[in-house]
Design a protein around this ligand. Structure first.
Ligand code: ADP
Ligand code: MG
Length: 760
């Protein structure tokens, strides 16, 4: 591969898998033949009626038949791509094709079989072998693994598998997946482990793995960063990113008889795939200025791989059997178009987001910190040495020091220090001249010193370990370079590569010869006789006619395919229109206009996600906006809005009495009686009453003519006292004030006179 080319085509290879057991058992006809030498796939029409029809021929960069070995594909097609990733280019490998044609086989293969390992494991081997052989270079390798299912991105390496990730775009680094986890890997084993974890996560969520994998796109990303001292004396970092994409099955979803909801779901599943097709068409067309990358997550994420800064290989997988012929032809046409996409790959030098740079800086910072620590130690030691002898109590005589050695044997230093302190402690213990208190104090001091020493040692060790851990992630080669077998292996690989290159060139030449043949033949020919001329021209005419027929047939096929596609689109459109009408109907009839307007006002188009969204409800003094949803007030046992709280305090409304619906105040019943009202009395009657109610003391009784016939002693003359009755006096209330002792017969003088109450 040449590096200097500014623009290069997407490389398309086709691989035809062998017939499987079922197909063989059912005796399906083989309709695909593969011409490896010419890089051609020839498809016959299986229908009996069209036996005369010419076979369809498609030419690619290279083709692989059912006997092809995984390693052949790798050496010829993928190795150059991975090599350029190691140089700092971006690279992408797509596996395209109907379900069951060998996409996953090509990408992953059979994991534990070295013969049948796919591109992904082979590239692991390739990358780490390359690093181990490198010299004067530092590498950082990391891996990510994601899946796109129904236009949702899932991080297959994340702990939380229910989380969905978003795509973001930055002007400097382009489109990326926000919060996608990536793991730094130091060996083939480690990166394999990453892949296995991802594969496990992929199958966990799926009830039917086959169906799931045929409907989702899996992308394994390896990022290789390499730092090397440039000619300018500066370290330069190159970053190559390898996307390994196992696409969803390309079969038409309508074929499975999906309708209604399921069809819609199916449309969504294949959205990324049809968007990929549209992007390819738009890129190849040359007339369209707009490339619909934004139509799907897949095309957006892999934008660079299609017409951008990347080298891209597309592997189209097909099956050989007759019942798949339609899908096979679709795949072949699809990939044939992709051949014409022009990419502009370039080496990514010193990008802003290189992780390697961050690592290097962090290591340098930590090392500096370590240096400072040891510097501190050194100074302290010198200080101590200077003070030696002057202090009578100093017990450091036995110490031997060598400052020059310090950096090299830190372990010795620590040991020395510890031993010294231990010695000192012992000396104090044994010193009988000291007072007990003094001894305890000194011992305590020493112990504290020992603790400090230990803490410092631990901190130092931790720092050193951190530096070591970080450094271990940066890979450097050169260790195995003298390894003889390695050398031999390298030679072998080189030879294989050469052979692959040779094959490729041969194929190219063959292809060119074929096409020139027809053009140049004519110019050279001279005819000896008229008859000969007629013969030759007839032959040529026949050949051209055949070609014309083939082209016509191809046009016819493509037209048919287009018609089919259009019908499908129309069907989808009809369904969507019906849906839309229904929704309109519901909106018109059941949603109040006012509410509808509110929603319409809140709706806006998110350019980032290309989606209609609704703004959150905010309190704006605008009629169209809804009020803010009241916040929950604190201090209540259940969520309670501020509004409700206020209402609860201000108005005794039952509605907001959620906290305590019992009202304990006495609730007196309303009064149903009236206060007594005196009747209005005419003055004459009032006077009469007044008269009648006068105290009876004033009544004059004339008892002079009373002759007792009753035998009772009559009272002496004077006033007759009214007997006391138990009843209290009731004021003016009229009652019969007469007692039985006071007869009031008018005829008899014994009785008091009438007071005129009763009209005479
Ligand atoms: P896809 O991923 O396209 O749905 P798979 O990779 O799962 O298809 O392949 C379906 C089956 O065919 C698998 O059992 C696989 O082992 C087998 N197969 C595919 N391609 C080849 C091949 N080139 N050689 C041998 N077996 C193959
Ligand atoms: Mg698969």
């Amino acid at each position: 591969m040449s590096k200097s080319k500014s623009s290069e085509s997407v490389k398309v290879v086709v691989r035809c898998r062998p017939m499987n057991e079922k197909e063989r058992a059912a005796k399906f006809e083989r309709v695909v033949s593969v011409d490896v030498k010419l890089g051609q796939i020839i498809v016959r029409n299986p229908r009996e009626a069209s036996a005369s029809e010419l076979p369809k021929i498609f030419t690619y960069d290279s083709v692989y038949d059912s006997n092809s070995k995984q390693i052949d594909l790798y050496d010829e097609t993928f190795r150059p791509l991975v090599d350029s990733v190691l140089l700092g280019f971006n690279g992408t490998i797509f596996a395209y094709g109907q379900t069951g044609t060998g996409k996953t086989y090509t990408m992953e293969g059979v994991r534990n079989d070295p013969e049948r390992r796919g591109v992904i494991p082979n590239s692991f081997e390739h990358v780490f072998t390359h690093i181990s052989r490198s010299q004067n270079q530092q590498y950082l390798v990391r891996a990510s693994y994601l899946e796109i299912y129904q236009e949702e991105i899932k991080d297959l390496l994340s702990k939380d598998q229910s989380r969905r990730l978003e795509l973001r775009e930055r002007p400097d680094t382009g489109v990326y997946v926000k919060d996608l986890s990536s793991f730094v890997t130091k060996s083939v084993r480690e990166i394999e482990h990453v892949m296995n974890v991802g594969n496990q996560n992929r199958s966990v969520g799926a009830t039917n793995m086959n169906e799931h994998s045929s409907r989702s796109h899996a992308i394994f990303v390896i990022t290789v960063e390499c730092s090397e001292l440039g000619v300018d004396g500066e370290n330069h970092i190159r970053v190559g990113k390898l996307n390994l994409v196992d696409l969803a099955g390309s079969e038409r979803q309508t074929k499975t008889g999906a309708q209604g909801e399921r069809l819609k779901e199916a449309t969504k599943i294949n959205l990324s795939l049809s968007a990929l097709g549209n992007v390819i068409s738009a890129l190849v067309d040359g007339r369209s200025s707009h490339i619909p990358y934004r139509d799907s997550k897949l095309t957006r994420l892999l934008q660079d791989s299609l017409g951008g800064n990347a080298r891209t290989v597309m592997v189209a997988n097909i099956g050989p059997a007759s019942y798949n012929v339609e899908e096979t032809l679709t795949t072949l046409r699809y990939s044939n178009r992709a051949k014409n996409i022009k990419n502009k790959p370039r080496i990514n030098e010193d990008p802003k987001d290189a992780l390697l740079r961050e690592f290097q800086e962090e290591i340098a910072r930590l090392k500096e910190q370590l240096q400072k620590r040891s510097g501190k130690k050194k100074r302290r030691r010198q200080r101590r040495r200077a003070g030696e002898g002057s202090d009578g109590e100093d017990l450091e005589e036995g110490e031997t020091e060598d400052d020059d050695e310090e950096g090299d044997d830190k372990g010795d230093y620590w040991r020395e220090q510890q031993e010294k302190l231990e010695r000192e402690r012992k000396a104090i213990m044994e010193d009988h001249s000291l007072v007990a208190e003094e001894k305890a104090r000194l011992l305590k001091e020493k112990e504290k010193k020992m603790e400090d020493l230990k803490r410092e040692k631990d901190a130092g060790e931790m720092l050193a370990a951190k530096v070591k851990a970080m450094e271990s992630k940066l890979l450097v080669g050169g260790k195995n370079i003298v390894d003889h077998t390695n050398e031999q292996q390298k030679m072998l690989e080189l030879k294989r590569q050469e052979i692959a290159e040779q094959k490729r060139r041969e194929r190219e030449m063959q292809q060119q010869m074929e096409s020139r043949d027809e053009e140049t033949l004519e110019l050279k020919e001279t005819y000896s006789s008229l008859q000969q001329e007629v013969d030759i021209k007839t032959k040529k005419l026949k050949k051209l006619f055949a070609k014309l027929q083939a082209v016509k047939a191809e046009i016819h096929d493509i037209q048919e395919a287009h018609i089919n596609e259009r019908q499908e689109l129309e069907q989808t459109q009809n369904e969507l229109t019906r849906d839309l009408k229904l929704k309109h109907l519901i909106i018109e009839n059941f949603i109040p206009l006012e509410e509808k307007n509110k929603i319409v006002h809140r709706a806006y188009f998110d350019d980032e996600d290309e989606y209609w969204k609704t703004k959150p409800i905010t309190r704006i003094e605008d009629d169209h906006q809804m009020m803010t949803r009241p916040l929950s007030a604190v201090g209540y046992r259940r969520p309670l809005s501020q509004h409700a709280r206020m209402a609860m305090m201000m108005r005794p409304e039952m509605r907001y009495k959620a906290e305590n619906i019992m009202m304990l105040d006495m609730d007196l019943p309303a009064r149903t009686t009236k206060e007594y009202q005196e009747p209005v009395i005419a003055p004459k009657v009032a006077a009469a009453l007044e008269d009648a109610l006068r105290d009876e003391d004033e009544i004059q009784v004339d008892a002079s003519g009373f002759h007792s016939s009753l035998g009772s002693t009559p009272p002496a003359s004077g006033s007759l006292k009214k007997p006391k009755s138990g009843r209290p006096r009731t004021g003016k209330k009229s009652s019969t004030p007469t007692s039985p002792f006071i007869p009031s017969s008018p005829g008899s003088p014994l009785y008091p006179q009438s007071r005129g109450l009763v009209p005479k």
